[in-house]
Each structure stands twice: as C-alpha cells, then as structure tokens.
Write a protein that binds this ligand. Structure first.
Ligand SMILES: *Cc1c(COP(=O)(O)O)cnc(C)c1O
Length: 525
C-alpha cells in the first residue's frame, strides 16, 4: 500500500490555502462582489465532461480549485458590500471553527455520554443563543440545530400538524399524523388544517407542502389585516376567524414573520396575537430567521416582545449571527414535540444505547446533564449531520453579548444612514419608511433592510433594471424584488464588517448609488 501522503502534499497545500485565506480575509472589503461574466464562463468550461479514470492527485486538485473553479464563483458574498438576500458573513472565530469541523468530520447524531461531548456542546449552544436573545431557556424545552430557517420551518409545521390533529374534536384524543398517517373522519373539515400567514417566506409554503398540511390557496390565507397597512394585523378580524375555525373543528397555524423579507418589518403586537392563538387553540409559529435578533439590542427589544410566546420559533445562524452555511436553529415549547415526530416507536437495535429521551430544560446555570440530551437523530430530519454547533459556539464566545449587540446596532445604523440618503434623494424613493410617529423614536426604517425604487419619472424603470445596474458595478450587490406592485430593490445589511468604516463607508455606498443614476441618465437606459 502507498504511504498516505508521501511528499507531505497535504501540509504543503494547507500552507497555500492558509496564505490564500489570509489574503482573502484582508481583501474582502475591496474584492469585486461578483466575478466577471467571462470568468464564470471559463469556470464552467473548465469542468470535466466526464469523470477521468486517472485522478489529479491532491496538489493539482488544490490548484485547480483555486485557479479554475473558485474564480467563477461568488468571491465576496461574505464581504461587507454584499447586500443581497440576508446572507450575513463569517466572523473570524466562526471561520476558524468551521475549518476544524471539516477536519474533524464528526457526525453529531447520537448522544454518547463519556465518548464525545458533541451533543452536550450543541445543547449548551442552543441555550446560549436564547441567552443572547434575552429569552428564558425554560420557555423552549425542545431545541435543535438545523440546516437553516427552511428546515426549522419544516420542523415547526410538523410540530403544528401533530398538535392540531392531537387536539382535533373529530379525531381520537392524541391522534398522531406521524404514527397513523392522514386522518379520516366524516366530520373532519376539508382542509383539516389551514395556515394564516402574513407575507409568508416561500419556505413556509414548502414546509406546509412537505408535512402534509398543503400550501395552495385553499390552505394558506392572509392574516386579516388593516386595509391601509397589510403589515398591521386586524386583531378583531383575526379573533373572529379563529373563533369560526374552532367552531368547525379546523386546526389553524398562525405564521408570524418577525422580519418581513422585503421591509424588515416586525409586524405589530405579537403578544396579543399569541394570546389569541392560546385562547382558540391555534399553533403560533414565529419565523424570526433574522428579525428575531433585534432582541439582542435593548432599545429594539420591545419590537420583538412576545417572541417567547411562540409555540415554535425559527432562527437562522447563517444570517445575522454570521456563522457559515449551513446553520439554523429551531425551538419549540415542549421537549416532547420533536421526538413525537422523529423518534422511532422502537429504536433500532444498534442505537438503543443512545438517548431517546425528550430531554429537559436544564438548570439556568449548571452543567449540561449529558445523559438527558436527546440524540439529534431523534429530534431532527437528518441522521448524519455535521458539527454545526462548533462555529456557533466559537462565534458566540468570541463576540459575547456585547459584541453581537454592537454588530447588530452597527448594521442597523448603516442601513438607516443609507435609507436617509435615499429618502432625501430626488432620484430614489424609499419604500419602507417606518410608519407614523414611531419613526422619530425608531429611525427611518424598521430594521436592517432598505427597500427602494427609482423615483417615478426617473430613467430607470424597474427595480430589476436598477438592481442590475448596481450589481454591474461589482462594487456592491443588492437584490431586485416587488413591493405593493412596484419593482423595487432590497439592500439588506447583515455582515459583521459592514459599518465598521463609519461615515466614509456610507459615503462610498451612496457614491455608487449616485453614480449608477448619473450613468443611467447618460445612457438613457
Ligand atoms: C432567510 C429566511 C428563510 C429561509 O431561510 P434559509 O436559512 O435560507 O433556509 C425563512 N424565513 C425568513 C423570514 C427568512 O428571512
């Protein structure tokens, strides 16, 4: 047999990689946000048509990745000038930890007390995130780390489905969809469960489709809202609807987004919505993928008050927490909800030594009681999963509560400065000004997302054209969207480095936006 690494190739290439990453880390603020289109083409052209018989070996492969493949991929999505979607970035500590995750390649699926601390680490990290948010740990006895908010929404919908069928007046008590499949009963309304949502993120619809609730217009309805403002619930109408559905014995999931994707809006009055859900037996799922982190900043906490009253809660790690893809968080009230879906009725023999227990909310301070940590494979979708908790632990430890508070404040301040410029510019319309009197107290926009469009009569007609023109500069990146029927552009601020440059940095971004407008005037686009 050949020696594993005869020429020390691994070490040599690791050194190359370290230099590459160091340089990249320093250059991120000035790297082009997009590769040139020709570079994307050459990367695609460099792909083998079929798998060759002979392998390249480690050194040639490393150089192929660095020289041919990566140049045609996004080089600075985790840089401070990338404002598309809500992508966050990667804190230095998280990046280091993520490299270790790959190197150790531990599969965090089963609690093995005395053999590996991995699941205890994951359990504590899930608690530390609640600490960061100022949410009492005891509020959410069920917790797990997922691949992202989409997977967390799937878990939320699955828990909702189980709860609502178990409490249906038309089915045997504690009916379980997970165990018994789709129910049938002559009195069961059709559809048996509906979703009331406010501009639900697309992933909510996927989740509802996947868990057998359905995602069509007969199932998913808009939460009743005020006529002039669809972001403000009409609580009286919501109560009436919930009462009607209870009357016919239909299950209701209320999905409440904290951090609407276009505007960053946090909605209004979550505690009252939670109270209504409790009164009428509806399940409240709060999708707070990024917006929930407003709670990290004391002066914004009132905006997300009531988040801890959700029956299930989705948060993202790979957005505002700035840990690498993929990482999401899921919380639900009861420690028994997730095992009710994911634990087998009888554990497979080779896993019986591991913990199937639902776990308990541990003491606020003391050590994690490892034996009580449920095996992740009994509370989550995957069996095999990477050690996602490690970068999260690293990032939380490196920044602490203070560091995260500064990060979120800095991002919001930056977004507010850009919004103020756009609001005062004759060329742009700012579309997500914070409503009414609150603006003075709260700032011009709700959170970290700036939603804007070319001023009517300007030369750039649609949001998509404007986004294309901005992105073609390769100096910043935004996403096109539609808001209230109008083409618009979203600029989402969620990278730990954005805003570190203060006023100068705001001026630079504003300068690009002005330049795009001037150029568009010249070209008559
Ligand atoms: C980003 C986002 C999602 C989807 O999250 P992924 O992590 O991409 O799966 C869901 N809901 C909201 C509100 C989001 O912002």
């Amino acid at each position: 047999m050949e020696a594993v690494d005869p020429a020390g190739e691994f070490a040599a290439n690791l050194h190359t990689l370290v230099s590459h990453l160091t340089e990249r880390h320093d250059d991120l603020p000035t790297l082009p946000t997009l590769p040139a289109p020709e570079t994307v083409q050459s990367t695609i052209a460099s792909l083998p048509a079929t798998l060759p018989d002979a392998g390249l070996g480690t050194t040639a492969t490393a150089s192929y990745l660095l020289n041919d493949i990566l140049p045609g991929c996004l080089s600075a999505q985790n840089g401070p000038n990338y404002f598309g979607f809500v992508v966050g970035g990667v804190t230095p500590a998280a990046q280091l930890a993520d490299i270790l995750v790959g190197a150790y390649d531990e599969n965090v699926q089963v609690t093995l007390p005395g053999q590996t601390a991995a699941t205890a680490i994951e359990a504590r990290v899930l608690e530390l995130v609640l600490d960061l948010m100022g949410v009492e740990r005891a509020k959410f006895g069920g917790r797990t780390i997922t691949t992202g908010a989409t997977a967390s929404n799937v878990l939320g919908m699955a828990c909702a489905r189980e709860y609502l069928y178990a409490h249906s007046p038309h089915l045997p008590k504690d009916y379980s969809f997970a165990r018994s499949g789709p129910p049938s009963s002559p009195n069961l309304p059709s559809p048996p469960i509906i979703v009331l949502a406010l501009h639900p993120h697309f992933s909510i619809l996927k989740a509802a489709a996947l868990v057998g609730i359905g995602s069509g217009p007969n199932v998913v309805h808009q939460i009743p809202c005020q006529e002039e403002d669809e972001l403000a619930f009409d609580l009286a109408a919501l109560e009436k609807r919930l009462a009607e559905e209870k009357e016919v014995g239909r299950g209701v999931v209320v999905v409440y987004g904290l951090g609407e994707v276009n505007t960053g809006e946090l909605g209004r009055d979550p505690p009252r919505v939670a109270e209504l859900c409790r009164t009428y037996g509806a399940w409240l799922h709060i999708d707070a993928a990024f917006g929930g982190f407003a709670s990290v900043v004391p002066e914004l906490r009132h905006l997300v008050e009531g988040m801890d009253q959700a029956d299930s809660l989705t948060l993202d790690g790979h957005k505002w927490l700035n840990v690498p893809y993929d990482c999401g968080l899921f919380y639900t009230k009861s420690a028994h909800a997730l095992p009710g879906v994911f634990a087998p009725v009888e554990a497979p023999a080779y896993l019986t030594a591991s913990s199937t227990s639902a776990g308990t909310a541990g003491p606020q301070d003391g050590q994690v009681i490892h034996e009580q940590v449920p095996s992740p494979l009994y509370v989550n979708i995957e069996n095999s999963r990477r050690f996602r908790a490690l970068p999260l632990l690293a990032s939380l430890m490196s920044l602490g509560k203070d560091g995260y508070r500064d990060l979120i404040r800095r991002n919001i301040k930056f977004a507010q400065s850009i919004a103020t410029y756009l609001h005062n510019s004759p060329f742009y319309d700012l579309l997500n000004t914070y409503p009414g009197a609150d603006a003075a107290k709260q700032g011009i926009i709700p959170l970290n997302i700036v939603l804007f469009a070319p001023a009517r009569g300007g030369s750039l007609e649609t949001g998509a054209e404007l986004a294309n023109a901005i992105n073609a500069t390769r100096r910043m990146y935004v996403t096109a969207t539609k808001w209230r029927g109008r083409g618009a552009v979203r600029l989402a601020v969620s990278n730990w480095r954005t805003g570190l440059g203060g006023e100068e940095e705001v001026k630079r971004i504003v300068g690009i936006l002005e330049e795009v407008m001037r150029e568009s005037g010249k070209s008559g686009m």
